[in-house]
Design a protein around this ligand. Structure first.
Ligand code: HEM
Length: 342
């Protein structure tokens, strides 16, 4: 019965126009549809992650604060050093994406916690994501799919979808307003979703986090970016880490009653109280394409006790697209995708 309903819904979903698709938040999205759409829109890059394809592994150490312990019982905030496996990447599906253009940079993290617990997150260099629901994301990707004749997205299709879903333009506006990042280690990274922090007394506080570089945000002028060329970020990161210059304050902006906490396209209002949860120091960067991050699928639903997801529908949608158990490193990622209905 359930499967029939789902396939009926899936068929109906396919028949809906792009605009209507985004307007029907209840329609489940088949993860396979996402994977196919990623490839149809951005091209096929065998063996690479479909997003954040151009990436590098790193490791680090996190130490939590007393303020964090007041907000959450998570062992990450014990005050003892916690080992972290990081992956820095350039946004998008292209493993040869240029480093010297404006756009998304990513910092994905796995905190290795006592007792076999872990905490995974994929953070981006914008305070908002490009869509607020899986259906809208799929519609947006479809609207950007290149026209076979021109091999370019059809501007009328892109505009029609964006007119019907104006929030999909917010992230692009943020990137356009920022300089080219000078380094993976000198840009802010937002979690974009709200999470609930639960302390030992059972009190839950929702908030949205941001990793802010201790050394400050640094951007390049257009001339500097041009001079840097398309592949400088990996070596830059290696050098800054060697010099001990890559560390981030892990800060939480606290939501107040009435704030939207269920949308990845609506940041918390300006001026919300910000609590420092601790400092993440990056201590090593892979010298090649290897590293411990290769076998990690950064799933934001992997949370420690003391941290809970909000009702943001995008959090669960991200989980569904993680590669299945036994997925080998990047080179063979394609074959092990687990298909889960959302
Ligand atoms: C329906 C929503 C989404 C879908 C379908 C989706 C899909 C994907 C896929 C297929 C990958 C490659 C994963 C892998 O091969 O391991 C990925 C990576 C990533 N996504 Fe998303 N994503 C979604 C929402 C988001 C949101 C809201 C964020 C914002 C924080 C985000 C941030 C990232 C990051 C940082 C990576 C790179 C992680 C890494 O280094 O492995 N994604 N996403």
């Amino acid at each position: 019965m359930h499967t029939m309903v789902l396939s009926a819904v899936a068929a109906a979903t396919a028949a809906l126009s792009l605009g209507a698709l985004a307007q029907s938040p209840a329609a489940p999205v088949d993860p396979n549809a996402f994977l196919n759409q990623f490839e149809a829109t951005f091209g096929k890059f065998e063996g690479y992650r479909r997003s954040g394809a151009k990436g590098i592994c790193a490791t680090g150490e996190f130490v939590g604060t007393a303020d964090a312990r007041g907000l959450s019982s998570a062992s990450a905030f014990s005050g003892q050093p916690v080992q972290v496996v990081a992956r820095f990447s350039v946004g998008g599906a292209n493993p040869k994406a240029p480093d010297n253009t404006k756009g998304q940079r990513n910092m994905a993290l796995q905190f290795n916690l006592p007792g076999g617990e872990s905490w995974q997150m994929g953070n981006i260099s914008a305070p908002v994501f490009g869509s607020s629901s899986p259906q809208q994301f799929l519609g947006r990707l479809a609207s950007l799919q290149p026209d076979p004749a021109t091999r370019m997205p059809d501007p009328a299709k892109v505009k029609a979808f964006a007119d019907a879903n104006p929030e999909v333009l917010l992230q692009g506006r943020h990137f356009a307003s920022q300089p080219v990042p000078a380094s993976f280690g000198a840009v802010n990274y937002w979690g974009v979703h709200a999470f609930g922090f639960v302390n030992a007394g059972g009190t839950k506080q929702f908030g949205k986090w941001i990793f802010e570089p201790v050394g400050g945000v640094q951007g390049l002028t257009d001339d500097e970016a041009k001079a840097k060329g398309p592949s400088f970020l990996f070596d830059d990161l290696r050098q800054r880490v060697k010099d001990g210059k890559v560390a981030f304050n892990f800060n939480l902006e606290l939501a107040q009653p009435g704030d939207r906490i269920d949308s990845a396209t609506v940041p918390l209002p300006e001026g919300r109280k910000k609590v420092n949860l601790g400092v993440l120091k990056i201590t090593s960067v892979a010298e090649d394409a290897g590293g411990a991050c290769l076998t990690i699928t950064y799933n934001p639903m992997v949370l420690p006790k003391g941290v809970e997801p909000s009702a943001d529908p995008m959090i669960a949608a991200r989980r569904a697209l993680r590669r299945g158990p036994g997925a080998a490193p990047d080179r063979r990622a394609k074959t092990a995708v687990t298909l889960l209905f959302l």
